[in-house]
Structure formats: C-alpha cells, structure tokens
Design a protein around this ligand. Structure first.
Ligand code: NAD
Ligand code: UDP
Length: 331
C-alpha cells in the first residue's frame, strides 16, 4: 500500500456524518479522495469546505445502481475503497427498509466488484447491530449475535450481516483484500439535528428547551465513541498489513444508560427541559459495550476522548448550527 500521499481513495457514503470526517482525515494525510453519495441522509454542507480542494471530488450516485463508468477506467487507479454508504439512524433506515437492505447487499457487492477490478483494498463499515440484542456482554468479535431477522431493525442488521458475508467471501476466494470494522455508537459534529439518534436528539432538545425524549425507562445502555477516535481507528485498520483474524470492533467501551446520558447533557447545557418517556422501540437492544481487545492489540488503538469532552464539543457545534438557523430566519 502507498502511504497517505498520492493514493486515491473512494469513500462511498462520503457526505454523511462519519464519511465526511473520514474524507477530511484522508485529505490531511495527502490522499486524493472521491466521495460518492446519493445524499439520502448525507449533506453537501458536510463537504462544502472541500469545494475548492483540488484533491477532492464528489459523485452524486446510488451504490445500488451500476457504479459510474469513470471509476472503472484504466487511468483511475483506486488504491482504497471505504464503504460507509447506508443510513445509520433507526428512523432513517426504517423509512425505506427495502432500500436499506439493498444498499448493504447490492451496494456492497457493486463496491467489492469494483475493488476486484481495480485491485483496491476494501473497507466495510459494519456495525455493533450485527450482535442484535446481545446475550454476551461485552461483545467480542467471536460472538455471533442475537438478531431478530424479521423485525423492523432487520433491514439494517441483516443487511450488514449479509454485507459482511459477501466481504469475507470475496476475501476467502482471494479476490479482494478486505478490512471489516464493527462500529459501535459514535457521535460528534455534523450529525443531523433530525438524525433521530439519541445523542443528537437529546442535545438538540436540551438546547431548544424542548422535552427530552427517553424511550422506555432509560435503563438500556450504550457506549459512545467520539468521531475523531473512530476515524483514527478506521485509518489504522485500513493501513494494517498482515492477516487479520476477522472483523474488528471499534467503539468506546465506557458504557452508560440512556437516562444517564440525558442527565449529563441537561447538566452541561444548563437546560430546564423536562424528561418525557416514549415507548421503547421494537427490538431495541438492552445493552451494548464493545470488547476492543483486538483493536488494542493489533492496531494499538484506544479511544482517547472522554465522554464529557466529546459531548462538550458536540454541544458547542449544535449550538453554533442553531445560531446559523436563527440568523438565516432573521434575514
Ligand atoms: P449517515 O447516515 O450520516 O451516513 C451514511 C451516508 O451514506 C449518507 O451520506 C447517505 O446519504 C449515504 N447513503 C445511504 N445509502 C446510500 C446509497 N444507496 N448510495 C449512496 N450513498 C448512500 O450515517 P453515519 O453515522 O455516517 O454512518 C456511516 C456508516 O457507518 C454506515 O454504513 C453505518 O451503518 C455505519 N455505522 C455508523 C455508526 C454510528 O454510530 N455513526 C454505528 C455503526 C455503524
Ligand atoms: N433513544 C432514546 N431517545 C431518543 C432516541 C433514542 O431514548 O430520542 C434510545 C433508543 O431507544 C436506544 C438508544 O437511545 O435505546 C440509542 O439509540 P440510537 O438510535 O442512538 O442508536 P441505536 O439504537 O442504533 O444503538
């Protein structure tokens, strides 16, 4: 593999929350980056600061459809393909479940086939959701999971499981050099205010003085990773030379309840919002915490950002976004 400088990287899902941060990190390493995205949940504004960047290009395209021919030309020597394309927030991925499933299955197949043609290394953004509502805690990569295959989350969970299957089959048959990251809940600037995930919901509600929506009794747990830590893990995993034993969990193992998260955000924002309870969504996992021994040992990776610091930056970012919205509505 080339080092950062001069390599050409395709980031599918590059206009999304994680994808846009990954594009920034790759560019700062000196890479040439092509972001491909259908803008379903991603936004052009996440990439606006790159408009004049000569090493950056954007393609508006859906990974379910045949990939643009120019990616397959001889001149286009793609070194690496990151597949992050897929809506990640439950309300968004459940809005069109068929599209979500096809994005993971057909989209991943299209990108793997491109990687085979171009000889690119391939990275799949998989998810802790492949563990479902886990019976093993914390979750090591060796755990096969407990997913309801017919419930409302299945389009995402089973889609990602199938995407992993395809990716490992391409590797087993010697067709593509692969890396698979199982990502646990990640947060930070550039999440959408209407994203629907708990961190963005609670922060936006607290800043606006709206009711804080807690689903269920708030005792379910998650482990939240700050975005820059995760992207550092992506780069280390993609750069890893040698035989990997399989997928690699990436997440912050500090676990807390959703109720506790809401209380912290309320305290940090000084908000007087009320907490209101909503029904727990179907198949909502009761608990989730990554076992990151593999990432620690193989990649020397360890999330460095404490929750308090990450929340502080994220709250400040959403507060700035709100100011911009207010300014625009006064003009
Ligand atoms: P996101 O919704 O912000 O980003 C997904 C991007 O993919 C968006 O820009 C969207 O427009 C694009 N996309 C969706 N379907 C597409 C299609 N068919 N063709 C082309 N583009 C398409 O979500 P995110 O949080 O940035 O997640 C990025 C990836 O990481 C996803 O694959 C997600 O499953 C995975 N992941 C994220 C988390 C997390 O906590 N953020 C956790 C686990 C896994
Ligand atoms: N959640 C909540 N209030 C919200 C949004 C989510 O209590 O406004 C809960 C949700 O039910 C889940 C947890 O927070 O138990 C994390 O949800 P999120 O959608 O962020 O991620 P995922 O369920 O995919 O882990």
């Amino acid at each position: 593999m080339k080092n950062g400088k001069g390599k050409l990287v395709l980031v599918a899902g590059g206009a999304g929350f994680l994808g846009s941060h990954l594009c920034d990190a790759l560019l700062s390493e000196g890479a040439h980056v092509i972001a491909l995205d259908n803008l379903q949940t991603g936004r052009k504004q996440n990439l606006r600061h790159l408009e004049r960047e000569p090493r950056f290009d954007f393609i508006d395209s859906d990974v379910i459809k045949p990939l643009p021919a120019r990616l397959r030309t001889k001149r286009m020597k793609i070194d690496e393909i990151f597949n992050l394309a897929c809506a990640a927030s439950p309300p968004h991925y459940q809005a069109n479940p068929e599209h979500t499933m096809l994005t993971s299955v057909v989209g991943t197949h299209n990108l793997l086939s491109l990687a085979e043609t171009t000889g690119s290394r391939f990275f799949l953004a998989s998810t802790s959701e492949i563990y479902g509502d886990p019976e093993v805690h914390p979750q090591p990569e060796s755990y096969w999971g407990n997913v309801n295959p017919t419930g409302p989350r299945a389009c995402y969970d089973e889609g990602k499981r199938a995407a992993e299957t395809l990716t490992f089959d391409f590797e087993r048959s010697g067709r593509v050099d692969i890396r698979v990251a199982r990502i646990f809940n990640t947060y930070g600037p550039r999440m959408r205010s209407d994203d629907g995930r708990v961190v963005s919901n609670v922060i936006c509600q607290a800043l606006a003085g709206d009711d804080i929506t807690i689903y269920g009794d708030g005792s379910q747990t998650r482990s939240f990773c700050y975005v820059s830590d995760l992207v550092d893990g992506f780069l280390r995993l993609m750069a890893y030379e040698g035989k990997l034993p399989g997928a690699v969990n990436l997440g912050n193992p500090v676990e807390l309840t959703v109720g506790d998260l809401a209380n912290r955000v309320l305290a940090m924002t000084g908000s007087s919002s009320r907490v209101v309870r909503h029904p727990l969504p179907t198949d909502d996992p009761r608990r989730r915490r990554p076992d990151i021994s593999r990432a620690r040992q193989l990649l020397g990776w360890n999330p460095a950002t404490p929750l308090e610091a990450g929340l502080h930056t994220t709250i400040a970012w959403f507060a700035g976004e709100q100011e911009n919205v207010d300014k625009a509505s006064r003009m």
